[in-house]
Design a protein around this ligand. Structure first.
Ligand SMILES: [Ca+2]
Length: 426
């Protein structure tokens, strides 16, 4: 760890200015390569070479957190403001500063700012820390609308109005659940519990849809004991956020939607439990041949200047051909911003699914392309390393384009025949 940090020349490693409960547990972690001065607005602390965790009160800190290096108590006049402050550490050779609330525009109690591959990132104190998990799997991708049921699965969802019976069900109270189903509600430090997956023994379903498959979306089903275990562990972790039961709303939605389109595949896959394991922006940036982002809508609002639009621009700099596919119903300014950057934007109707294709890999996720989906919500995703699956999704999107032209031609035909009828009316 030491050599890595020295190489990246980062001296400030992590800080929590406003922990839940008492401010006595606030802390800052620093590395000092020789002799250093740590400064806030009002005070400074002189440090010798080494790693330090500096807090206001050691016992308050140790009740909640683990120190790295030597644990020190700060002088009384050194405190981390809860409304944003610039903190600097200077050694003989470099000065490293971070202005929380400005360099990273979020201030909340419970936020821990930390370095992630050299960049400042954040999490909440009670967010989990699940890793990405990879495995070779055999599975099936289904493109909806489709009739699909997951009877007797443990199911999590934003909402649940489907006409089948889960063995256990967790939903977000903002989403709600139909009457007649035994739903448990989750609310906590994640803005929305927006993930959608099902697990039964070693069977796993990951989907972009809230279990009523009437819009264009994606379902991935496969068998994997490892992924099933990870998802069961995720449910067990998130049970700490169980909240009061909410009354049910409405009845099951039952429609006949046909079989949908599907393809079997065998490929390396990575399970993404967001926001813990969150490579979505990296995935977008990684494209150098083709990038497709299929999502009903987008927002470029982010915590610094390295959000979604930045990642798309990186892919463009790599030379990737980029197409963004949005919902026809969406009229936000992002489509114009992208077109002004020379990026192709298509709109299709009835889109709810989220899929990203970067070269020969596909990422299917419950996450919307905004700061909630990409950072603040509990979401799920699967990254499939398969050119065939990528091409299958694109051929479906291309067929949407055909139906668009069918509409245009039909409309032109209608106008022409109406005109002729009017002109040559008896
Ligand atoms: Ca504070």
């Amino acid at each position: 760890m030491n050599s890595l940090l020295i190489l990246s020349l980062a001296l400030l490693l992590e800080l929590c200015p406003n922990p839940y409960g008492s401010d006595d547990a606030e802390y800052i972690k620093v590395y000092c390569p020789d002799s250093c001065i740590l400064k806030d607005d009002k005070a400074e602390i002189i440090l010798k070479e080494g790693f330090y965790t500096i807090t206001r009160n050691k016992s308050a800190f140790l009740e909640k957190f683990k120190p790295e290096g030597e644990l020190l108590e700060s002088p009384r006049n050194f405190s981390l403001s809860n409304s944003g402050e610039e903190i600097c550490v200077s050694s003989e050779k470099i000065t490293d500063c971070f202005y929380y609330g400005r360099d990273l525009q979020i201030l909340d109690s419970g936020i821990i700012y930390f370095r992630n591959k050299g960049e400042w990132d954040f999490k909440y104190e009670d967010w989990s820390g699940f890793n990405c998990l990879s495995e070779h799997i055999k599975g099936r991708l289904i493109i909806t609308p489709a009739d699909f049921k997951a009877e007797n699965f443990r199911i999590v969802s934003y909402n649940f109005f489907a006409d089948f019976e889960p063995s256990e069900l967790f939903v977000d109270p903002k989403g709600g659940a139909r009457c007649g189903v035994d739903a448990k509600f989750l609310s906590g430090p994640y803005r929305h519990f927006h993930y959608k997956f099902g697990v039964r023994e070693n069977k796993v379903i990951i989907t972009t849809e809230n279990w009523v498959f009437s819009k264009k979306g994606y379902i991935v089903e496969f068998e994997s004991q490892n992924f099933a275990n990870a998802l069961n562990n995720l449910i067990e972790y998130d049970k700490r956020f169980l909240s009061e039961n909410k009354s049910c709303s409405g009845n099951a939605v039952s429609k006949s939607l046909g079989k949908g389109k599907s393809t079997d595949f065998e490929a390396n896959a990575t399970l993404l439990i967001l926001p813990d394991c969150n490579p979505v922006l990296e995935f977008i940036q990684s494209a150098n041949k083709r990038l497709y982002i299929i999502a009903p809508y987008m927002s470029f609002d982010w915590f610094n200047d390295q959000g979604l639009l930045w990642a798309i621009r990186k892919a463009k700099e790599n030379g990737a051909e980029i197409t963004v596919v949005l919902s026809e119903e969406y009229s936000g300014e992002e489509a114009d911003i992208l077109r002004n950057e020379g990026i192709e934007v298509k709109k299709i109707s009835n889109l709810h699914g989220k899929a990203i294709i970067a070269d020969d890999r596909v990422l299917i996720t419950s996450a919307n392309m905004n700061k909630y989906g990409l950072k603040l919500n509990r979401e799920i995703g699967i990254l499939i390393e398969s050119e065939e699956v990528a091409d299958f999704i694109l051929s479906d999107i291309e067929s949407e384009k055909v139906s668009f032209w069918v509409i245009i031609v039909s409309l032109a035909f209608f106008v022409l025949t109406s005109y002729l009828f009017w002109k040559f009316r008896p």
